[in-house]
Write a protein that binds this ligand. Structure first.
Ligand code: FAD
Length: 455
């Protein structure tokens, strides 16, 4: 009997335990479902859809070389999996685990159905170095502080990455009806805003491996300092490849293991933050919509359009378009709009500016990033927004308010990053500052003080 390997956020053929199990089992058929219907699934943003389209195209080619056809279906996952497994008479179903509560609910339902139907069902750990329910503090529950969390994760043994499976037996049966990828309209057309993305990125596993190789041979040595500099190619730019599972964290880890240095352990701890974000998301499924620290529920953030906050509509728009008059914030927002990615330091500064200087709720920033980032991640995005806002786990304290001007002088000393993204900088076309940094900072601190006192 053939088996089914169900691809989700693991769009790779290397180090893919579910694929390996399916191919070892005999003739395999691969399935990808664009599920925007199951309850609680967060629909993808625009930049993510663009990436997904290209990633699936690359995956289809990679799988074809192994003799594994990839089927595309759109809709609620449970009935589709049932339909396809029945249609091909599958005897086994394999997938790599995912960690959002809505997704786990879908998976648990399918597992029960398939077992009841007499199928073999097996899931694997592939997207994270740790299983969030296995790594727990002695007192039980979840980790809320990064350092002890990461120490515990590091005490585990990480498995070696798996090689690409040998070409499989090939599925000889008829394939059930499935969609043309184009029919999903993941790519923007009117207008087509993806030119900058196309120029900046090559989605897919092969490109991810290439980037990893280049980074290890180049940027990694100087990563401890380079990672803070948006004006140079100082960080790995691996985030979308990790987000979509085109690279597995085990592969990245394994590559680092043969390159030990101060820079390597800093880089490794960034992978640790990715794990920590997923740890938080696993334990707090409403991470994108609820403050982890509940006292922040009473913080007087502006919600644009709400009474007394009418100017916030304009300010939010200026922030989104990179027209705040603060060049480092604006350069970051324009980089994001054009290439679907922003440097980490600039993400922190742009986010701090939105939340603390404009006083706008972090959820609106999170939603904007969700729509515009090619690495938009259901865990890392909300966790980092909460970190900046001060409402999250092991968060940056609220009173740490970045000064975008001081940061610009420090991290873009020659103004290269600004010049790259804001061609009109220094001309009358560049907007005036939309707020006063000093008074908005004082207002934010006063609001925070009140919150603490009431608490
Ligand atoms: P590198 O510095 O080379 O780091 C290597 C890898 O470690 C990254 O690819 C990423 O997978 C992981 N990583 C690094 N920093 C973090 C971090 N703070 N949190 C979680 N993982 C991290 N990252 C996302 O992948 N998706 C998001 O949606 C996302 N949203 C963010 C929103 C805000 C407001 C902030 C401040 C940060 C956000 N980050 C997000 C984290 C970080 O900015 C990006 O992972 C990083 O900029 C990606 O660039 P890189 O691959 O060159 O990173």
């Amino acid at each position: 009997k053939p088996s089914i390997v169900w691809f989700r956020d693991d769009l790779r053929i290397r180090d893919n335990p579910a694929l390996r199990a399916a191919v070892d089992d005999g003739a395999a058929v691969a399935l990808y479902i664009l599920d925007e219907e199951s309850p609680g699934i967060r629909p993808l943003g625009g930049a993510a859809r663009w990436w997904l389209h290209h990633s699936l195209t690359a995956l289809q080619d990679d799988l074809a070389a192994l003799g594994v056809p990839l089927l595309f279906r759109r809709g609620s996952a449970a009935p589709i999996v049932q339909e396809i497994t029945t249609a091909i008479g599958a005897g086994a179903l394999f997938w790599n685990r995912r960690y959002g509560v809505a997704e786990r609910t879908v998976d648990a339902g399918i597992k029960t159905w398939a077992r009841d139907a007499g199928m073999h069902v097996e899931s694997f750990q592939a997207s994270l170095l740790h299983e969030p329910w296995e790594v727990t503090p002695k007192t039980g529950g979840q980790y809320k502080v990064f350092t002890p969390f990461w120490r515990t994760v590091l005490a585990q043994d990480f498995r070696d990455p798996l090689a690409v499976p040998d070409e499989g037996r090939g599925y000889a049966g008829t394939l059930p009806a499935n969609d043309e990828l184009e029919s999903w309209h993941l790519l923007p057309t009117t207008p087509d805003w993806s030119a900058g993305l196309r120029e900046a990125w090559t989605p897919g596993s092969a490109a991810g491996h290439q980037r990893l190789k280049e980074f290890v041979a180049g940027g990694l040595t100087n990563y401890d300092e380079g990672r803070n500099r948006p004006d140079i190619d100082g960080s790995s730019c691996l985030s979308p490849y990790l987000r979509w599972g085109e690279l597995s964290p085990f592969e990245v880890w394994h590559t680092l293991a043969s390159n030990r240095s101060e820079s390597t352990s800093i880089f490794a701890s960034e992978l640790g933050w990715r794990e920590f974000c997923w740890h938080q998301y696993f334990h707090n499924p409403d991470l994108a919509t609820a403050n982890l620290r509940k006292e922040f529920d009473r913080f007087p953030w502006a919600w644009p359009d709400s009474e007394g906050h009418e100017t916030a509509v304009e300010e939010l728009r200026a922030w989104q378009r990179g027209r705040t008059g603060f060049p480092l914030v604006d350069a970051g927002q324009r980089q994001l709009w054009q290439v679907g990615w922003m440097h980490n330091r600039v993400r922190m500064i742009a986010a701090s500016f939105l939340v603390k200087n404009l006083g706008i709720h972090w959820q609106l920033g999170e939603q904007w990033f969700w729509d515009t980032l090619v690495d938009a991640d259901p865990a890392s995005n909300p966790a980092n927004w909460q970190w900046v806002a001060g409402s999250g786990a092991d968060a940056s304290p609220f009173f740490r308010i970045f000064n975008p001007e001081a940061q610009r002088i420090k991290f873009d000393p020659q103004g290269k990053y600004i010049a790259r993204w804001i061609p009109e900088f220094g001309t009358p076309d560049y907007p005036e500052e939309i707020v006063d940094l000093k008074t908005t900072r004082q207002d934010a601190l006063a609001a925070y003080k009140e919150l603490k006192e009431v608490h």
